[in-house]
Design a protein around this ligand. Structure first.
Ligand code: UGA
Length: 434
């Protein structure tokens, strides 16, 4: 099938590349001239494990093309995916101007039947707005489908190739048939393609992310209680997770959820509810808990240093909002850095992938180490903000040789409390009694 993907950000590039990998002819459109030039010449613009190989192969096989021209990009396409940014506006609601602007242009450009698919995370009612924007100028029939994506950064290729489910929101039989054919290769193992109306599909995406964020904030509060009551959150997590109704996944406490999705989507759903005069009480609490959680380690660090961090120097491992990505949007590490600097401390950081992004954002307010161990030189304590695999089994003799104090504050529960005790560390984590 010939398909077009408008927007070559994270979702667009993964979507375009994975559709090409299953034999479709894909053209990706972006207004960013430099990005299109880079991608056309074989340079990938995001870090995502496994993507580069597929990208190179499909470019070479001539199944993946890039252009800045929407008109050229949609020529002969049966399906046009919109993978455009929907950043939060001033009031926290998603800003639809990119999506509606492209919809408006599509109305003027299409010359035969097209299926136009919203891939971006958009509030309920957007498919209707996109339909209206296209219909203003369109002279041919078309259908608008809501097809939210459930990719996780770091495992996006796998998530795309083997989705738990595909949600297709449209009441048009013609569009359902085309979308069903396009996704058939991805659900061969029997995972469901769920057809529904547009509004339900749009809400499904927000409900999924908000539910997952709720799980995390809930566990973060259980972790706080564990510390106060002398229980171990790892045990409680295992104890509840083996009940299928709860599930083992997404029960890990830590220093809060970050990234480009959960914070934005939870906030947008709260705003959507407000627009229809509903106060979404649980989600307001989920956001509150997460705000506090980002600085969960700070009081523990301050207590260890008798309330005064002025002149103290910290090594920080992990900057990305989670492992296997260079994405630092809403990363808890950045909130920790800011708080430490405000307390008069200095910070040296190390992250396997996200250093350049942090350099661009906060520059020389902190120092950057080339290696996880040189990061420790002269530090008063080690702080951990992201659970990269390379941090999981470190050489503790190197850590204790470099640090001024044998103190580790771990926001991701990487080590066994008992082992750290044996090794003689002052070790604090989340929800486990030291
Ligand atoms: C999330 C969803 O998991 C995807 O299904 C969805 O498609 C995507 O948002 C999106 O809307 O585009 P992502 O933001 O890439 O994916 O990352 P996750 O792996 O879900 O992690 C989100 C945050 O939750 C991270 O900060 C992570 O550290 C935190 N987390 C996750 C926890 O604190 N505890 C857990 O048990 C799991």
């Amino acid at each position: 099938m010939k398909i077009t993907v408008v927007g070559t950000g994270y979702v667009g590039l993964v979507t375009g590349t994975c559709f090409a990998e299953t034999g479709n002819e894909v053209t990706c459109v972006d207004i960013d001239v430099n990005k299109v030039a880079k991608l056309s010449s074989g340079q990938i613009t995001i870090y995502e494990p496994g993507l580069e190989k597929l990208f190179e192969r499909n470019l070479k096989e001539d199944r993946l093309h890039f252009t800045t021209s929407l008109e050229e990009g949609i020529k002969d396409a049966a399906v046009i995916f919109l993978a455009l940014p929907t950043p939060p506006g001033a009031d926290g609601a998603a800003d639809l101007s990119f999506v509606l602007n492209v919809a408006d242009q599509l109305g003027k450009l299409i010359t035969d039947y097209k299926v136009i698919v919203d891939k971006s995370t958009v509030p309920v009612g957007t498919a209707a707005k996109v339909t209206a924007a296209i219909a203003r100028n369109a002279k041919v029939p078309f259908d608008v489908v809501s097809n939210p994506e459930f990719l996780r950064e770091g495992v996006a290729v796998d998530d795309f190739m083997k989705p738990d489910r595909v949600v297709i929101g449209t009441e048009s039989e013609r569009a359902r048939k085309i979308m069903g054919e396009l996704f058939a290769p991805f659900v061969r193992q029997g995972n469901p393609v769920i057809y529904m109306d547009e509004n339900s599909a749009e809400l499904t995406k927000y409900a999924a992310n908000s539910f997952l964020a709720t799980k995390i904030s809930f566990m973060n509060e259980i972790a706080i209680l564990c510390e106060k009551l002398g229980a171990d959150v790892d045990m409680v997590r295992k104890g509840i997770g083996s009940d299928d109704r709860i599930g083992k996944r997404f029960l890990f406490p830590g220093i809060g959820y970050g990234g480009s999705c959960f914070p934005k989507d939870v906030q947008a759903l709260v705003r959507s509810a407000e627009e229809v005069a509903y106060d979404f009480k649980i989600l307001n609490a989920v956001m509150d808990v997460n705000e506090d959680q980002k600085l969960f380690l700070l009081p523990k660090i301050k207590a260890y240093f008798n309330g005064d961090l002025k002149g103290k120097h910290f090594a920080l491992w992990g900057l990305a909002f989670k492992p296997n990505t260079d994405d630092i949007r809403e990363a808890p590490a950045l909130y920790m850095i800011e708080a430490l600097l405000n307390e008069g401390a200095t910070v040296t950081v190390f992250d396997p992938e996200a250093m350049n992004n942090v350099k661009q954002q906060i520059g020389d307010k902190i120092t950057y180490a080339d290696h996880q161990y040189t990061c420790l030189d002269n530090a008063d304590a080690l702080l951990i903000a992201t659970e990269w695999s390379v941090f999981r089994t470190p050489d503790f003799s190197k850590i204790s040789a470099a640090l001024k104090n044998k103190a580790i504050f771990d926001g991701r529960n990487l080590f066994e409390v008992s082992r750290m005790k044996e090794l003689g560390y002052h070790y604090e984590s989340v929800g486990r009694t030291p």
